[in-house]
Write a protein that binds this ligand. Structure first.
Ligand SMILES: [Zn+2]
Length: 447
């Protein structure tokens, strides 16, 4: 397996020692794209928190703060953690309260006294924390389990990052596409983990060495879990088609877009496998939509505000897997409650002529959209590449915008890409499992 320098670095930071073996064959170490060297890789943007701590924590002392209804744990290193009584009672790990075979809570909310006190809290001889509740029910908590669930802002941030890997590395035209080998990703857990980590952090990973025949994107999806069925089928064939039901199925240029904004829940991840390339043209283009949104916010805050607040109509009508008539309303730049950009929804082909805006917002909307598109089309922001038969590009469809230059269509040698969608929930699920497998394997090797 070989990864670009960029991914090597990202992986080293994110999975610490385990990545060392995974990245045994980094190419040209030390050549990070300059856009990524300082800001995104330094200071608070480190990936260290993505690793699962292996150190065992031990409890020095525990006491109940009855007034505040909190339990205080003092750790061996002198640090303290606070846990609300209500939360502790709610999360009792005994077999009456927890179904261990499902790792799920059996205790019903209706049976939880959210004003409970405690009778006794103590450290057990095997360094667990034991609580006796007023009704004499007893809960015993493992020290590591408690430590991981500490309520301090730093601890919560670390767990959030470990679970969701929300820190992203922004890039521009200087990005060297993280690249891995298709067969290794299919058969080697460390290679698969490296692939998914880079897919999450960078948003795009290029896989080389797949057979140039249909069925490979489905195999790749099965490596993760299952693919996402849409109206274009389980997988779909990007070719120049007669009476095309999608602009992608022509030989024309496709401007930068995300796929399927006409669905309220657009597919999170996209795979595109090149089976046949055009003799002339057909070059691919990608930009980092999150980076572009941030840049727009800096350069043109009014346009950013417009695109993060107005809902725009998208539509898609036709017949493929079955007949469809989709309508959606989306903000072109989606932000979460904290104002962080979480999704880009933009495809000029399926942006509806129905525009459900008051008259006075129409021109400002066009101005904002034009500013965003102009920004994305700047050469310094765009990465271009030409796929060869056997190449598969895997990318974050909530983040990247992708396009294609027009090409000369030849009926005797049709340009042919096969595509498939997945969702981030399934991809992240596989990533977490692979991370645990690789870590367990490493622990096993060390002992
Ligand atoms: Zn219990």
């Amino acid at each position: 397996m070989w990864m670009s320098t960029f991914a090597c670095f990202a992986l080293k930071r994110s999975t610490s020692s385990m990545a060392c073996q995974a990245l045994r064959a980094c190419r040209k170490p030390g050549l990070l794209p300059s856009c990524l060297t300082s800001v995104q890789f330094c200071g608070q943007h480190t990936l260290g928190s993505a690793s699962v701590p292996v150190a065992r924590h031990s409890v020095r002392h525990v006491r109940a703060l009855d007034e505040e209804r909190l339990m205080e744990v003092e750790w061996e290193d002198g640090r303290h953690s606070l846990y609300p009584f209500t939360w502790l009672r709610d999360n009792c790990q005994c077999p009456m309260c927890t179904l261990h075979s499902a790792q799920a809570r059996k205790l019903l909310m209706s049976d939880v006294d959210i004003h409970t006190g405690v009778d006794v809290v103590e450290v057990t001889s095997d360094n667990k924390v034991s609580i006796v509740w007023p009704n004499q029910h007893t809960s015993v908590f493992d020290a590591d389990w408690l430590k991981k669930r500490c309520f301090s802002p730093a601890a919560r941030q670390a767990v959030r990052e470990e679970l969701f890997l929300n820190k992203r590395y922004y890039w521009d035209s200087k990005l060297r596409l993280p690249t891995a080998n298709y067969q290794e990703v299919l058969h080697d857990d460390k290679a698969a983990l490296a692939w998914l980590l880079a897919l999450r952090r960078v948003g795009i990973v290029y896989l080389k060495g797949a057979p140039a025949e249909q069925g490979q994107v489905a195999r790749l999806a099965e490596r993760i879990g299952y693919l996402r069925l849409t109206f274009y089928g389980h997988t779909w064939q990007v070719q120049d088609k007669h009476m095309a039901n999608n602009v992608a199925y022509t030989s024309g240029r496709l401007s930068l877009h995300t796929d399927y904004p006409a669905l309220h829940f657009a597919p999170g991840v996209q795979f595109l496998h090149c089976i046949n390339q055009a003799m002339e043209g057909g070059m691919s283009e990608v930009v980092d939509g999150f980076h572009m949104a941030k840049q727009l916010q800096r350069e043109d805050p009014e346009a950013f505000h417009t695109l993060t607040s107005l809902h725009v109509d998208f539509t898609d009508t036709g017949t493929d897997y079955c007949d469809f008539m989709l309508q959606s309303k989306k903000r072109i730049i989606d932000v979460d409650a904290e104002g962080r950009v979480v999704r880009i929804n933009y495809n000029n082909a399926t942006r509806d002529s129905v525009l459900d805006l008051p008259l006075h917002q129409v021109q400002p909307f066009y101005r904002a959209l034009k500013a965003f598109v102009d920004l994305m089309n700047r050469p310094e922001n765009m990465v271009t590449y030409t796929m060869e038969p056997g190449d598969i590009v895997t990318f974050d469809n909530w983040r990247l915008l992708h396009g294609r230059r027009n090409y000369i269509s030849r009926p005797d040698k049709l340009r042919h890409l096969e595509g498939a969608y997945l969702d981030w929930d399934e991809v992240m699920s596989r990533l977490r499992i692979l991370r645990r497998l690789v870590q367990e394997h490493q622990k096993h090797c060390q002992t």
